[in-house]
Ligand binder design. Structure first.
Ligand SMILES: CC(=O)N[C@H]1[C@@H](OP(=O)(O)O)O[C@H](CO)[C@@H](O)[C@@H]1O
Ligand SMILES: [Mg+2]
Length: 588
């Protein structure tokens, strides 16, 4: 067939380096941009097949989100703005890894398996973030689509949630809004202007696409929201010492932001699908309001409105293992809201949230949104129109209706979430400090461990328990039970070649000690022989211990580590005294 001839010709311009194997992970493909040209071409091909199969428009977003500027990535967006299904993720991995000479065969296999009618038209929306590699990589996507005869609409620079929104608008024939960047600004800003009063907010744009789009949106907000933008892409490097991931993981303010005491601030990530809030108090202490705090604020607000409106709709919050234990306890015990825990990765949370009338889902890192079932939206719309509704109920249900319009239900969206949060704070008359005081986070830390093969760690129970390697979970359990309200787990990352370690406990010191002892767990002979050479372990151990100490020093300046007995004991448990010496001289 002529169309395969073109694929065959054009694929030669996007050759696959022999032997290179990548996996379509939690957020699509993501790695150093220089390895991605063939992947982009092939994802153009796959998106075209997906479009023919679903008879709908499919999105292809070129981004590596919060990862360094040198990286890039790609993910496919399904017709309603969702992530592609697991089966198609599998096809993506197969197609990406097939060697050059069997590309056509692989393509034909997918066509056969999915029984795709190749005479169907195909339509693909393409977007990219501000990474320098984005231009040529998105051209490779367009090449892939055109070689299979698909039509493309290249949106150029857009945030990831904007592209999800466009795809959903297109496939719902305008019911969700108009599929243009301007349509997106109009929909969100109209809802926002109906809901809120004048507000001022400091926004860290991570030197990325979110900053550009925030500037574009400002006129639509008609000064109701005065945005003071920093890391606005004019000079600094993408995600470098700024952005939502930096702020969440480092638990400190981004560079380049001029924060006044008590001022409300927020950070977007590199493709503007995540947001975290924070402020510093009069003592100079930094306070983070992450995805858990956002979920709590929004679900509390929605639950109150449902009660006032007299609507009997089930609301639930979906979290992952990274959710702070305090937030889960607060939601379940105080708010009496159902909480469900899924694996990491937005697609898992999104699917779980679809099970409820109203599903509020947020990862602790600030990625999330709210989903309203069709039935719930219908009930709300009918009540707005019902002439017998009294004033209090009418007010509540109208607020619910406008809030739905403010939310990007296709995916977590930093801009939309920011407008929702500002609205909720304004309507409830709350300051960022009031919001922070709803519950107190348990001290927590995350570490990354580089190992030779992270797949040796397998998990269960929404990734909260390790099944392999044998002995690891027992070691974690015996450590965790020594501390009050402590919780800890390890899991292999789905986006980076690392293992993530998470720990929380009742105090900073206990949490840090736990992490340090943790590092020794990795040193257990049975485990480390499987996946880590001693040299890597020691280097990593030193770095991690040092990082822990530095952050502890910053967070608890009053605490002198070298006179803290518990800390000294923990360090002396370490078999390698050079680590202690190293830490001591580095900190000194
Ligand atoms: C602990 C953490 O923040 N994990 C992130 C990260 O996944 P990992 O599988 O942990 O690498 O990237 C995902 C995609 O952006 C995001 O959904 C997730 O929350
Ligand atoms: Mg992102």
């Amino acid at each position: 067939m002529a169309q395969f001839e073109e694929v065959s010709q054009k694929s030669k311009l996007h050759p696959k380096p022999e032997g290179l194997a990548l996996q379509y992970g939690t957020a699509g493909f993501r790695t150093d941009a220089k390895h991605l040209d063939h992947i982009m071409f092939r994802m153009g091909l796959l998106a075209t097949l997906r479009s023919k199969k679903t008879k709908s428009t499919i999105g292809v977003m070129v981004t590596a989100s919060h990862n360094p500027e040198e990286d890039n990535g790609v993910k496919l967006i399904d017709p309603m703005g969702e992530m592609v299904t697991a089966v198609w993720e599998g096809y993506a991995t197969q197609l990406a890894n097939t060697e050059q000479d069997s590309l056509l065969k692989e393509l034909k296999d997918i066509i056969e398996k999915e029984d795709i009618d190749m005479s169907e038209p195909a339509s693909i929306y393409v977007g990219k973030d501000t990474r320098p590699s984005g231009a040529s990589l998105s051209r490779a996507v367009l090449d892939g689509v055109s070689s299979l005869g698909g039509k493309t609409h290249d949106y150029g620079l857009v945030t990831t949630p904007q592209l999800h929104y466009m795809v959903c608008c297109c496939n719902t024939h305008g019911c969700y809004g108009s599929p243009t960047v301007e349509g997106y600004y109009q929909k969100l800003s109209q809802a926002f202007l109906q809901l809120t009063q004048n507000k001022r907010l400091l926004v860290d744009g991570a030197n990325g696409i979110g900053a550009l789009k925030m500037r574009e949106m400002e006129p639509f907000l008609r000064s109701k929201l005065q945005v003071v933008l920093s890391n606005d892409s004019s000079s600094g490097k993408l995600n470098h010492m700024c952005g939502a991931d930096y702020v969440k993981v480092q638990q400190k303010a981004p560079q380049g932001m001029n924060m006044g005491v008590g001022e409300c601030c927020c950070s977007f990530d590199g493709d503007a699908d995540r947001i975290v809030y924070y402020y510093t108090d009069s003592k100079g202490c930094f306070h983070l309001l992450d995805g858990d705090k956002i979920a709590t604020l929004i679900s509390t607000y929605l639950k109150e409105l449902l009660t006032q409106a007299g609507l009997n709709l089930q609301i639930a919050v979906v979290q992952t293992a990274y959710a702070n234990g305090s937030s889960t306890r607060y939601l379940e015990d105080v708010m009496k809201v159902a909480v469900c825990c899924t694996k990491t990765g937005v697609k898992h949370l999104h699917h779980a949230a679809q099970e409820y009338d109203i599903g509020v889902y947020f990862e602790a890192n600030g990625h999330g949104t709210v989903l309203f079932s069709k039935a719930a939206q219908k009930q709300i719309q009918e009540l707005v129109k019902d002439p017998n509704t009294n004033d209090e109920r009418k007010r509540a249900v109208k607020l619910l209706e406008s809030t739905i319009n403010l939310i990007n239900q296709t995916v977590g969206d930093a801009i939309s979430d920011m407008l929702v949060i500002e609205t909720v704070l304004a309507i409830r008359g709350m300051s960022v400090q009031d919001w922070h005081a709803i519950y107190t986070d348990l001290p927590n830390r995350q570490l990354k461990v580089t190992v030779s093969d992270r797949r040796v760690i397998d998990t269960t129970d929404a990734e909260r328990r390790a099944v392999t390697p044998e002995g690891l979970q027992d070691a974690i359990d015996s450590l965790v039970k020594k501390y009050k309200t402590a919780r800890s787990f390890v899991r292999p990352s789905g986006t980076e070649d690392v293992v993530r370690v998470y720990a929380e406990a009742d105090t900073q010191v206990h949490m840090i000690i736990m992490l340090i002892i943790y590092l020794n767990i990795f040193n257990c002979k049975c485990i480390f022989s499987v996946f880590m050479c001693r040299k890597t372990l020691i280097v990593w151990l030193m770095r991690s211990v040092w990082l822990c100490i530095v952050s502890l020093k910053e967070l608890e300046t009053s605490q002198n580590l070298y006179t803290n007995q518990a800390f000294m004991q923990a360090v002396s448990l370490n078999p390698s005294s050079e680590i202690y010496e190293y830490c001591k001289c580095t900190v000194d």
